[in-house]
Design a protein around this ligand. Structure first.
Ligand SMILES: [Zn+2]
Ligand SMILES: [Zn+2]
Length: 157
């Protein structure tokens, strides 16, 4: 397998995972596994972990298995999918837990228009504590108006 195909699969997987995460959020987290996602919307500030953190395994398990199979049996296409999922999981963690919710404080305030848009969109998702909440379910791709508003504010500065 050529290096370019490997990278193409890796990048496609990364973007596919945004769609997968969107669908997971819409149909599973705000669907039949709402019981696990609920404590992310109605948070208990005294608790470090949320039941919602369980969903990290949805990224980690397939990623781990694909990379393991690749390293044992030599299946580079599977390996690149595994690393693509891992990269998306890392980006999701960084954006959602660190940058937006600040569960670990690594950075000072957000300034970049892209991150400001993601933050605003996700905070609007959180403004509704209920199961029937279909607003801004994506993480790295959010409704266009948030990007537009954030760009406008950014240009005024
Ligand atoms: Zn939600
Ligand atoms: Zn959140």
């Amino acid at each position: 397998m050529g290096r370019l195909s490997w990278i193409a699969i890796f990048i496609s997987t990364f973007f596919f995972m945004e769609l997968a995460a969107y669908l997971l959020h819409k149909y599973v987290m705000h669907g039949f596994l709402w019981s696990l996602h609920q404590d992310h919307h109605v948070q208990n500030k005294n608790r470090k972990w949320q039941k919602n953190d369980f969903f990290a395994f949805v990224f980690a398990i397939p990623s781990f298995c694909f990379i393991l199979i690749d390293s044992l049996l030599g299946a580079p296409a599977l390996g690149s999918i595994g690393f693509g999922i891992m990269a998306y999981g890392g980006a999701y963690f960084l954006v959602h837990e660190v940058i937006i919710h600040r569960r670990i404080v690594l950075f000072s305030r957000l300034k970049h228009w892209y991150l400001v848009a993601l933050n605003t969109a996700h905070k609007v998702h959180h403004a509704n504590h209920g199961k029937e909440n279909t607003h801004s379910l994506g993480m790295l791709v959010v409704p266009w108006k948030y990007f537009r508003d954030s760009r406008i504010k950014n240009n005024k500065k």
